[in-house]
Design a protein around this ligand. Structure first.
Ligand code: NAI
Length: 699
């Protein structure tokens, strides 16, 4: 049973006990209902306390039940709350640590609420593309006032109990306990003090009005619309809270119910729920149990103070972990440190970082020119030039000086991690940590597991990733790992589209309309077109029969490397990031087309999106089949957190599932017939073909 029942003198205590956060799954809901029946039937019981065991009052609905019949199975949460409201004996919620979503709604159904200071209070449903579904939108405005409640519901952000307790006239809490430790005792005493109160107070009976009703809600609606263009849920939050102010309680509940159910079936909500579960799943590695002993990481060394080294170091400084940076020359160190300072100072100027915090972080940073100084550090991350010879020299030095058990990581983006490991006598301690640029900003971290990487190294780096606030995904060793291997195919399709009749602007616009943070050509300009150029030059010898458009090479031959040279597919004004279309580039593409004898055709946005996104999907299917990625949802996480794929589409694999794999394969066979495209590439990967034939999905 995931809810326990105990009697303390004349008070019954129902304790939710469904670790980790006392999710309100079916058995917990049943436990509460049973406890309520028992307490009301027992003449010796005068009042009831509901609380949570362990690390939460309740984190809310059991998300694994979402969309499954179990979530609706009686007693559902709305029915349980009715049981509380109809109880003949007073019910007191004793809230601590976390009361979110359904957990907060449950508390709002109680007659009284006593909270420990420091409790995180939220209705986070909007983050899953939903509105609260068990009365939260109707009851929270009644106890907090319309504006504070709507802010909480639209943002989904948690607020501490002591902050909410300061709101004038709030009725959310009847009392704050002196401390978390004294909550249980104080709740029992409070329950005794209200045991004889009749009639019992109900939140639903409180008034809910806004003095400037229509004007306020119009204003709120405009604000929300501007911020949430691809998501219907925030706008719905405004509608349902407005209903709370204009309709009777039960009618308002009906409005909330309808909004909840309609949103539950939207692609946006499905995508967000998928990502929520995918992110949690990504941190688990099938053959590395969660109780694997970890190595202690209390200090880190970074080799190379360039673009990546500096950003990587900042992640650890931000987390309070000391960093020692090594370079070949003092000037390089000075330049690296100056960049880190500049980054932090910009944050201080924007008031995102306090001066003393900045100084504290910088005090954790030391530098050296000598490998011998690294002997005491627990982990080292190499971010030197991307050349295997340079990596070899560095790893031999690391092997010589690092203490036994230290983790040796490489930030290589293309080189073979197994080969790098072989430069040492301890390949089991070597792992790839592929950060994305800018490394202090981008959330994604690809953890590249070498053939010999030890399990405890994997467990340790996954937990370090969490500590530095990265979303880590495990990748096997292959050229480009998960993300860049897929983006290469996407880039190739982009090139064909130019040859066939598109402008870079048309392709980018179509992809940005689809929801990508940036189209492929703006992205190329940001990352540097020379990087792709270098890779293609390698491919021309490695894979001579792979087909490429030559336009990107022609662009690079003009020195148009992107933002860093002020010119790429677009022009850039110094200090600004706006992409300004360039007539010369368009003429260059047209001339190239002419030289190839291609008559340009008009290509629809739909075709652009499908060719680019399905190229990702087909390559991803190969990646899955080869075991480079363990699960399709990992690939979705890589693309959402590392490549600006729109969250409301849930990642490329989730999107393909939504479109239907049968349709994806049909589209591919159409693309394969296009003589200017690459027919061989469009042969569906065996896994994709199989799933499509069986009517199955990736996720
Ligand atoms: P960078 O050229 O900005 O920095 C490299 C730094 O390493 C330079 O400061 C150089 O002085 C130093 N260095 C070179 N050889 C060294 C040695 N033997 N000992 C000590 N320091 C040495 O290069 P960037 O962009 O930071 O790249 C570094 C690594 O990160 C490469 O492996 C690259 O593939 C990878 N990477 C780069 C990304 C990017 O977007 N720039 C993204 C992800 C990974």
């Amino acid at each position: 049973m995931t809810a326990q029942y105990q009697v303390h003198g004349d008070i019954a205590v129902i304790t939710l006990n469904n670790p980790p956060v006392n999710g309100l799954g079916l058995s917990t809901r049943q436990g509460i209902a049973d406890g309520m029946a028992q307490a009301n039937a027992d003449a010796a019981v005068k009042a009831i306390v509901i609380t949570g065991a362990g690390k939460a009052f309740s984190g809310g609905a059991d998300i694994t039940e979402f969309g499954s019949p179990k979530a609706l199975q009686e007693p559902n949460l709305i029915s349980v709350i009715k049981v509380l409201e109809n109880s003949e004996k007073p019910v007191v919620a004793a809230i601590h640590t976390v009361a979110m979503g359904g957990g907060l709604e449950l508390a709002l159904g109680c007659h009284y609420r006593i909270a420990a200071p420091g409790t995180s209070i939220a209705l986070p449903e909007v983050k899953l593309g939903l509105v609260p579904g068990a009365g939260g939108t109707q009851r929270l405005p009644r106890v907090l006032g319309v504006e504070p409640a709507l802010n909480m519901i639209v943002s989904g952000e948690p607020i501490k109990s002591e902050m909410l307790a300061m709101l004038p006239g709030q009725k959310l809490f009847d009392k704050l306990s002196a401390s978390a430790e004294s909550l249980a005792e104080e709740a029992l005493a409070f329950a005794r003090s209200v045991a004889d109160v009749r009639p019992l107070p109900l939140v639903r009976d409180l008034k809910c009005k806004h003095p400037q009703g229509d004007a306020y809600f119009q204003f709120a609606r405009n604000m929300v619309k501007g911020m949430s263009k691809n998501f219907p849920a925030p706008g719905k939050c405004v509608d349902v809270v407005e209903a709370a102010t204009k309709k009777k309680f039960d009618e308002g509940m009906q409005v909330e119910r309808e909004a909840f159910i309609n949103l539950m079936f939207t692609a946006e909500s499905k995508s967000l729920r998928h990502l929520f579960l995918a992110e949690r799943a990504a941190s688990k590695i099938a053959d590395v149990p969660s109780d694997t002993a970890q190595r202690a990481i209390n200090s880190v060394a970074v080799i190379g103070a360039g673009t990546m080294g500096g950003g990587i170091a900042m992640n650890f400084l931000n987390a309070g972990i000391p960093v020692k940076m090594l370079e070949m020359k003092q000037e390089a160190l000075d330049r690296g440190i100056a960049t880190i300072r500049k980054n932090y100072e910009a944050q201080v100027a924007k008031k995102k970082l306090k001066q003393d915090k900045y100084e504290q972080r910088m005090s954790l940073l030391t530098t050296t020119l000598s490998y011998d100084d690294l002997a005491g550090t627990d982990m080292v991350i190499e971010a030197v030039f991307e050349e295997i010879g340079v990596k070899e020299a560095v790893f031999k030095e690391l092997d010589r000086v690092m203490k036994p058990g230290a983790i040796l990581a490489s930030n290589t983006s293309t080189l073979d991690v197994n080969k790098i490991a072989s430069f040492t006598k301890r390949p089991e301690d070597v792992v790839g940590l592929h950060f994305f640029s800018p490394a202090n900003v981008m959330k994604l971290l690809e953890v590249v597991r070498g053939e010999k990487t030890a399990k405890d190294v994997m467990a340790t780096v996954m937990s370090i990733a969490k500590k530095i606030k990265k979303t880590a995904v495990v990748s096997g060793v292959c050229d480009g790992f998960i993300g860049n291997r897929m983006i290469e195919q996407y880039g190739r399709q982009g090139g064909f589209l130019l040859d066939e009749g598109c402008t870079p602007e048309q392709v980018d616009k179509a992809m940005e309309k689809f929801g990508m943070a940036m189209g492929p050509f703006r992205m190329g300009d940001l990352a540097g077109n020379d990087i792709g150029w270098a890779i293609r030059k390698r491919r021309y010898t490695e894979k001579p029969d792979m087909k490429y458009s030559k336009t990107a090479d022609l662009l690079c031959e003009k020195g148009r490397f992107g933002q860093k040279t002020g010119a790429g597919w677009y022009d850039y004004v110094p200090g600004k990031r706006d992409a300004i279309p360039n007539a010369e580039v368009v003429a260059m593409i047209e001339e190239h087309r002419k030289a190839l004898g291609i008559t340009p055709r008009k290509i629809s946005d739909e075709e652009i999106v499908q060719r680019l996104v399905f190229s990702l999907v087909n390559e991803a299917a190969h990646i899955l089949e080869e075991g480079i990625a363990a699960k399709a949802s990992d690939i979705d996480i890589v693309y959402i957190f590392g490549y600006g794929f729109p969250a409301h589409r849930g990642g490329p694999m989730n999107y393909a599932d939504e479109v239907g794999l049968f349709n994806v394969v049909q589209a591919m066979s159409r693309f394969a017939k296009n003589p200017l495209d690459d027919a061989k590439f469009w042969q569906p990967a065996p896994l994709l073909a199989r799933l499509a034939a069986e009517g199955k999905t990736f996720n």
